[in-house]
Design a protein around this ligand. Structure first.
Ligand code: MN
Length: 742
């Protein structure tokens, strides 16, 4: 065991003292001794080991434990598990040692955390699935894992660039939504901000600067707004606190991206929160509405903008009243009204939720229901890890609606559920035989999307059988599983059908069906084996539309042509494959890959899903054929790759590009006035760095919409152009599109 320096010892002791101080607020004195014991054990186990930052390793588990107690609000067992979470993974001690010293419960939590540790390589999706499996055992494992991830994100600076991108990508893809779903608002926000900092450093810096710049003005606006409310609440003898926090850097960035609006337009939207201590005599709900009445006596509410999350809380347990009112500066302000209890749930989520649930409250919460749905998904042995991840993501983001059975029983369903989902939710037979429904006494097809408040009577027929197309009609994991189950019974038949379809396709394109060509098809669709390929084809889950491109046959498709332009290597890929094998594998992944402008010997391809151009924030992905594909960092496909194949991600940077130009697609919208179109085209043709490929304008009801396809060197030229176009009178909106298909 290596010795610890005096300075290190002091640093460690300081961290531990801080932890104990935080624990004393919430944990019984008797439990403090067992936390000390865990610390001594872990400190000895990790002694002499340093983190990449140079700090003693034990600082990490201590910091995770600190987050667990102060920011999530968990108890003794969780704090101990957090202190021990890396012992089994990183030291010679075993799970048995932990069990002997700390008992079964802590050993099982540490076991869960150990299984989720380490470098995931290409099977990350499998690990996420494992992670979620632990959800059904003990939610604390996930909560501690989130604390672990948060501390790793806070200390990401010392990692090499490719690791930074990988970890930031995973965080944005799965951990932040998971934190959101578990109601950990503050942690979710911080994870998002930190991901943005590493994925789009320039944008992050710029928005942070703008926020600091406007801070004073912001506080002025808030003060003006809340003064009369404060006076009124004091008069009524209500104990309260009003706070306003500016939107997070990530949420501002996200809105700017999605809506194509400026920083100021988003920033100016104030949101104010009133948290008050509820009195015992009346219900919290009633008291919230009383505060609402006081607020709307002062400021006029926007019609239809009162949201009641108390009568039916959000799926993650969130409760509050939201109202949008007209503030003194003539701007809409969102006001959130909560009791102290509701506020703790909103900030700390899950842990607080269970603290308040109390005995005797046998009501199944929204959160319990969600956990049940996750369990259902996990019981589906068919789904492979990536498919599972996609389904899980869908369920993470979906908000919920409330519908009713003919007898008036309430059911909560994910938003966008259909009649068929509802039928399967009630009973498998009802689903399998469903031919439609009566919604509010009106006849509708099985594919009808439900809306909140619908009363649904399912109609069945004994002749009905589940159809392949139903898998596209339903969105719940339960319905999907049941439909697949029904199919499994005559799967043999489907395999036959699929096999025939594949043989026909091979004949159609005049390609020999051999084990080698078959393997290519299987790999292309990322399937496990030929049985899976046949059955997916037989069930119409897969179409062979892009069959040609698997074998790089010529095609007239514009996109494919363009693809070839930017990807010279694909011309004679077959020959290149061998000599190039391992070309990129020897690459130093710790340094950003420099994208050079050399049209003759291009070493990389530009992804056709997002069409990056020089200047965009980009990452490289090492495809299975050892080619390097460049995606925009914000491309959904890239985010997914970072999360599922983080080991194949390479940081990439452009050198200044001046000679080659790239096809780019712009959309414009504005008020149609005489000459506006010619003004737009005049500006473009004056830009000597930009060439027009095609321009299309359409006008209806006094509004014009334009589609521009331009050849552009880099984002600098593009930003300049967009800026000039925006200045034209009548032009209201200009945005760059990911797709470049005409
Ligand atoms: Mn850790």
């Amino acid at each position: 065991m290596a010795l610890q320096s005096e300075a290190d010892k002091r640093l460690i002791q300081d961290h531990f003292n801080d932890l104990i101080k935080a624990c004393r607020k919430n944990i019984k004195e008797a439990d403090i001794a067992s936390i000390e014991k865990a610390f001594e054990f872990a400190n000895k186990a990790h002694a002499g080991v340093k983190r990449r930052s140079g700090e003693p390793y034990i600082i990490h588990p201590l910091s995770v434990a600190q987050i667990v107690i102060s920011e999530i609000g968990l108890g003794t067992k969780s704090v101990i598990s957090a202190i021990l979470h890396d012992v089994v993974e990183d030291t010679d001690y075993t799970l048995e040692d932990i069990r002997d010293l700390f008992g079964d419960k802590i050993a099982s939590i540490v076991d869960g955390l150990t299984k989720l540790a380490g470098d995931f390589d290409s099977s990350q999706a499998e690990n996420f699935k494992k992670m979620l499996l632990t959800l059904s055992d003990d939610v604390r494992v996930i909560l501690i894992k989130l604390a672990d991830r948060l501390h790793n994100m806070r200390t990401l600076d010392s990692m090499p660039p490719n690791k930074k991108l990988k970890i930031a990508g995973e965080t944005l893809y799965i951990y932040a939504p998971l934190a959101h779903r578990l109601g950990l608002y503050a942690i979710k926000t911080e994870l998002e901000d930190l991901s943005l900092k590493y994925e789009h450093p320039d944008a992050f810096e710029k928005i942070s600067f703008q926020l600091r710049d406007k801070e004073e003005h912001y506080h002025y606006l808030v003060d003006q707004f809340i003064k009369p409310i404060e006076t009124k609440l004091k008069e009524e003898g209500i104990k309260f606190a009003i706070s306003a926090r500016p939107k997070s850097i990530f949420s501002i960035w996200n809105k700017m991206q999605k809506k194509g609006v400026s920083f100021d337009e988003i920033y100016d939207l104030l949101a104010v929160r009133i948290v008050f201590s509820a009195k015992d005599e009346t219900s919290e709900k009633r008291q919230c509405f009383e505060v609402l009445a006081l607020v709307t006596d002062i400021y006029k509410p926007k019609p239809d903008r009162i949201r009641d999350w108390i009568t039916i809380p959000k799926a993650n347990g969130y409760e509050a009243l939201h109202v949008t009112v007209m503030g003194p500066q003539g701007k809409w302000v969102e006001v959130q009204i909560r009791t102290a209890r509701m506020d703790e749930i909103a900030e700390r989520g899950f842990a607080a939720h269970y603290k308040y649930k109390g005995e005797g409250d046998s009501r199944e919460s929204e959160l319990d229901r969600w956990l049940n749905r996750i369990r259902e998904m996990l019981q589906n042995p068919e789904s492979d890890a990536l498919e599972f991840l996609d389904e899980f993501k869908l369920n993470l983001f979906s908000s919920e609606i409330v519908v009713f059975t003919p007898k008036g029983h309430m059911k909560t369903m994910p938003k966008n559920s259909t009649v068929l989902d509802f039928a399967y939710e009630i009973h498998t037979d009802l689903g399998n035989k469903c031919i439609g429904a009566k919604i509010n006494h009106k006849l509708v097809p099985p594919s009808q999307v439900l809306t909140s408040g619908d009363q649904i009577e399912i109609l069945t027929s004994d002749k009905q059988k589940p159809m392949a197309s139903w898998l596209n009609t339903v969105i719940t994991a339960k319905a999907k599983t049941k439909i697949r189950d029904a199919f499994k019974q005559d799967q043999k038949q489907h395999i036959e059908i699929g096999k025939k379809e594949l043989e026909q396709t091979f004949r159609k394109y005049n390609i020999t069906l051999s084990s080698q060509t078959l393997k290519k098809v299987i790999e292309y669709y990322k399937l496990a084996n030929k049985e899976q390929l046949y059955s997916q084809l037989g069930l119409s889950l897969l179409s062979l539309d892009d069959f040609e491109s698997i074998f790089h046959k010529k095609s007239d498709n514009l996109l494919v042509k363009y693809w070839k332009l930017t990807f010279n290597r694909s011309k004679n890929k077959e020959e290149l494959n061998d000599e190039n094998a391992g070309k990129f594998s020897s690459l130093d992944r710790k340094k950003p890959f420099i994208l050079e402008e050399d049209p003759e010997h291009k070493e990389y391809a530009l992804a056709k899903c997002c069409n990056p151009i020089p200047g965009d924030d980009v990452i490289g992905y090492l495809a299975s054929d050892d080619s390097l594909v460049i995606h925009k960092t914000k491309c959904p496909e890239a985010i997914k790759l970072m999360a599922s194949h983080g080991d194949k991600i390479i940081a990439a940077k452009w050198t200044p590009f001046k000679t080659v130009s790239y096809l780019t697609h712009l959309q414009l919208r504005g008020f149609d006035r005489v000459g506006v179109v010619s003004e737009i085209t005049a500006i473009i043709s004056k830009e000597h760095n930009i060439n027009m490929r095609s321009v299309k304008f359409e006008t209806h009801d006094g509004i014009f919409e334009g589609e521009l396809f331009l050849y552009i060197h880099n984002t600098l030229d593009l930003t300049n152009l967009i800026f000039k176009l925006m200045k034209i009178k009548g032009v209201d909106y200009v945005d760059r599109m990911e797709e470049i298909q005409e």
